[in-house]
Design a protein around this ligand. Structure first.
Ligand code: SF4
Length: 354
């Protein structure tokens, strides 16, 4: 049930069966421009496909433009209440804007849609369980999935009245079942690309669990066209988590995928540390390479053989496998660079083939 319509921001398609882009948001204000730029470039390098920044005031215009020009990926301006800022963001090079149309009167909303049409800039309509319209809260008694879906539909129609259709829609809530249900209701009758996310999801651990359940449940149903894993953490974590989430569903085929065992009494090496180091330090490799890090050869060799490359512990050393072949035994202090060389070699082969 992927959306029927497709929108495009700076060449990145969303919806209509396109590959699902990963989104994130910068956490540094424009007043610290160099730090912000470095963060944005690091996110782009890590695989973020679409990046968003807050556009809180008129002073944001100049640094927004500079940031946009420093990036190759689309830059989205997050606007809350002020229609003038939406216009200014578009004039400043925004590739997409995120607004809540219900916060703007009809005349000024038309100015926004006219400008977006003229510049071919898509709009994300973002509704949130925390800021539902008063009449919907009165009708449903509290924030509910139905109320969220109804609010989204109402906001969509506010743009459609000006013949504006180049939009994506989000209905975020921190309560996972409510968020899932809201998207399911809305997706039944809407052709627009859906931006999935659990809002205020929490720290790395709880946010990852909540996002994986909420976003994962919807994607398994075929609902959703772009994702943001929202974490109280460095946004690089959001991108990494989104990649793993999508890869787990077979919707992303880039990056090093670590397959590792929980370890047990048979383990004679510190494979927990090695698995974590590989996951952290091999992030720069873009090709999809499966790396098995297993505690022992007894049960581990089967997994290691199925991965592109694998290591298993054996008598205090590691055995390095590539497919069915044992390459060599290696002491733990030498394993990392040798494993990296193998992974780079496989990545090169895969890149050449593709
Ligand atoms: S692979 Fe070996 S060390 Fe790891 S959990 Fe299985 S038996 Fe234990």
């Amino acid at each position: 049930m992927a959306s029927k319509r497709q929108i495009i921001a700076r060449g990145v398609p969303m919806g209509g069966g396109a590959q699902i882009p990963i989104q994130s948001m910068c956490s540094i204000p424009f007043s610290r421009f160099e730090d912000l730029k470095n963060q944005a470039l690091a996110l782009e390098k890590a695989g973020c496909d679409i990046l968003r920044v807050s556009f809180p005031d008129e002073q944001s215009a100049e640094p927004f433009r500079a940031l946009r020009n420093a990036l190759s990926i689309p830059l989205v301006a997050d606007i809350h209440y002020d229609w003038r800022l939406a216009l200014l963001a578009m004039e400043s090079g925004a590739d997409k804007i995120r607004i809540n149309p219900g916060n703007t009167d009809k005349t000024n909303l038309k100015k926004i849609t006219d400008e977006a049409k003229a510049r071919r800039i898509p709009i994300r309509v973002g509704v949130n369980a925390g800021s539902l319209e008063k009449d919907l809260l009165a009708k449903y008694g509290r924030p509910t999935a139905q109320a969220l879906a109804e609010s989204a539909q109402r906001n969509v129609e506010l743009l459609e009245q000006f013949d504006f259709y180049d939009m994506a829609v989000s209905m975020k809530a921190s309560h996972v079942p409510m968020m899932v249900e809201a998207y399911r209701i809305f997706a039944q009758n809407s052709p627009y690309p859906l931006h999935l996310g659990v809002t205020e999801a929490g720290t790395v651990r709880s946010g990852t669990v909540k996002s994986s359940i909420g976003i994962g449940a919807l994607l398994l149903d075929g609902i959703g066209d772009t994702v943001r894993v929202s974490l109280t953490a460095d946004p690089l974590e959001e991108v990494e988590t989104a990649k793993i989430l999508l890869r787990s569903l077979g919707l992303y085929d880039q990056g090093v995928e670590v397959i590792s065992c929980p370890t047990c009494g048979r383990t004679t090496v510190n494979s927990i540390e090695l698995a974590n180091t590989v996951e952290r330090e091999f992030r720069d490799i873009r090709a999809h390479v499966k790396v098995a890090v297993m505690g022992c050869v007894v049960n581990g060799s089967g997994e290691a053989k199925q991965a592109d490359v694998g290591v298993t512990g054996a008598n205090g050393e590691y055995v390095l496998f590539r497919g069915d072949k044992i390459i060599r035994h290696i002491s733990p202090d030498k394993i990392l660079p040798l494993l990296r060389a193998e992974v780079e070699d496989i990545a090169k082969e895969k890149t050449q083939k593709s």
